[in-house]
Design a protein around this ligand. Structure first.
Ligand SMILES: Cc1cc2nc3c(=O)[nH]c(=O)nc-3n(C[C@H](O)[C@H](O)[C@H](O)COP(=O)(O)OP(=O)(O)OC[C@H]3O[C@@H](n4cnc5c(N)ncnc54)[C@H](O)[C@@H]3O)c2cc1C
Length: 375
């Protein structure tokens, strides 16, 4: 049986970026991904420019994907009070359909191997990982990365703490035809129990993605009814939903989104991206963090594999330390925002306050974003 240097479970942004980086460092890499590419994912699809230098260094040509440059943030309260501010670093709009597929194509071209199946178990014995798939096939490696996203059956297998708790958040996303939406803007509009983000993607579609509490949603028996009765009460979202034409037959949705603390290393797996911790989507930084965590993991892993005396404990401690140093502050801020949003009165008040003060908004952006990833 082939012993890979690295097996990566989950081929989203974190897994694919780590695969490209590690392969460029001459590691043998296998990615196990349960879905084929391309596919749509529930996501706001606004990416911070933090990731650009690193992706360029990896040879990923974002311009080939016609990304949309975004430099302005708009925000509005439930009643339609609006504020606009410049994004210090800016970002870009790209659909996950295109972004994940672009990284997949880059990884394939470099010689990364892929298996399309669900990983159902992981074990670690005598310094070797064994990853079992739903098909019962088993793959082995020296190092394994968990990049299986915010919630996976593997989290249960690993008895991770966060999975024991129910999470009250639900995400909904759909692309729309709406040519009038400004190209350089990402907009965040509050509604009772949640908020929605709007921004353009590479083909000119407007992505509308919202997060809402299950408590608000459960009174309505469909997304359509919820959109009409709750979401559209925000005047901006009301205008948008009345004028825009949906491009998906049905919106995509996901439930049980958790923002609880997670460990960066679990059962010797180095956790990357949302598997290590999901920042509140209002911060618009989850994708950048996923990509950045892949860089940290790749650096730690190549140091380990090249060392004449590889020390696994040191590898795990070093990864966890670097991960915390980079992301703990942003996640703390994200969790504070999430707590505030759990309380409707507090959340309406806070968003109204933020939406009236450009200074507060700029400070919030600063505390939830990083600097360009250095290479
Ligand atoms: C509503 C919402 C809006 C958001 N908006 C934004 C935004 O505008 N900007 C931003 O930067 N971030 C945003 N985020 C966050 C962002 O989507 C995530 O942080 C990012 O997708 C994390 O990437 P990842 O690679 O860790 O996980 P994912 O992209 O979720 O990839 C995980 C992969 O693992 C695979 N997988 C899972 N289990 C298994 C298994 N057992 N075996 C094999 N494969 C498996 C999945 O199929 C998936 O492809 C948003 C999140 C939500 C919920």
């Amino acid at each position: 049986m082939k012993l890979y240097d690295v097996i990566i479970i989950g081929g989203g942004l974190a897994g694919l970026t780590a695969a490209i980086d590690l392969k460029k460092c001459d590691c043998s890499v296998l990615v196990i991904e349960k879905n084929t590419y391309p596919n749509h994912k529930v996501c706001g699809e606004y990416v911070s420019n933090e990731v650009k230098p690193y992706l360029e260094y990896l040879g990923v040509n974002l311009n080939s994907a016609d990304i949309i440059a975004i430099d302005t943030l708009q925000m509005s309260t439930t009643s339609g009070k609006r504020i606009e501010t410049g994004l210090p670093l800016g970002g870009f709009g790209i659909s996950r359909y295109v972004f994940d597929n672009l990284l997949y194509k880059n990884a394939l071209a470099l010689g990364v191997e892929f298996v399309f199946d669900s990983a159902v178990n992981t074990s670690f014995n005598e310094d070797i990982f064994e990853i079992t798939l739903a098909s019962k096939e088993i793959y082995t490696s020296k190092i394994a990365i968990g990049a299986f996203g915010k919630r996976s059956s593997l989290d249960k297998k690993l008895h991770r703490e966060f999975i024991q708790q129910k999470s009250p958040w639900l995400g909904v996303k759909c692309h729309y035809e709406f040519p009038d939406f400004p190209t350089n803007v990402v907009a965040l509009h509050n509604f009772s129990g949640g908020y929605g983000g709007l921004s353009k993607t590479e083909d000119g579609s407007v992505n509308f993605c919202y997060l809402t509490s299950f408590k608000s949603f459960k009174e309505f028996n469909s997304i359509e009814a919820f959109n009409k009765k709750v979401v559209a009460k925000n005047p901006f979202l009301g205008d948008f939903l009345r004028s825009a034409t949906p491009k998906f037959k049905n919106p995509l949705s996901i439930a049980q989104i958790s923002f609880e603390r997670k460990k960066a290393v679990e059962n010797h797996l180095l956790m990357c991206g949302d598997s290590a911790g999901l920042i509140h989507p209002l911060c618009g930084n989850g994708m950048a963090m996923a990509i950045h965590s892949a860089k940290i993991a790749s650096t730690c892993i190549t140091d380990y594999l090249r060392s004449p005396n590889p020390d696994r404990k040191k590898l795990e401690q070093s990864y966890a330390f670097r991960w915390r140093k980079e992301f703990a502050g942003r996640l703390r801020m994200g969790r504070a925002i999430q707590k505030m949003l759990m309380n409707e009165t507090a959340s309406n008040l806070a968003i109204a306050t933020i939406a009236q003060s450009e200074k507060i908004l700029q400070s919030m952006i600063k505390r939830t974003h990083g600097n360009p990833i250095l290479v």
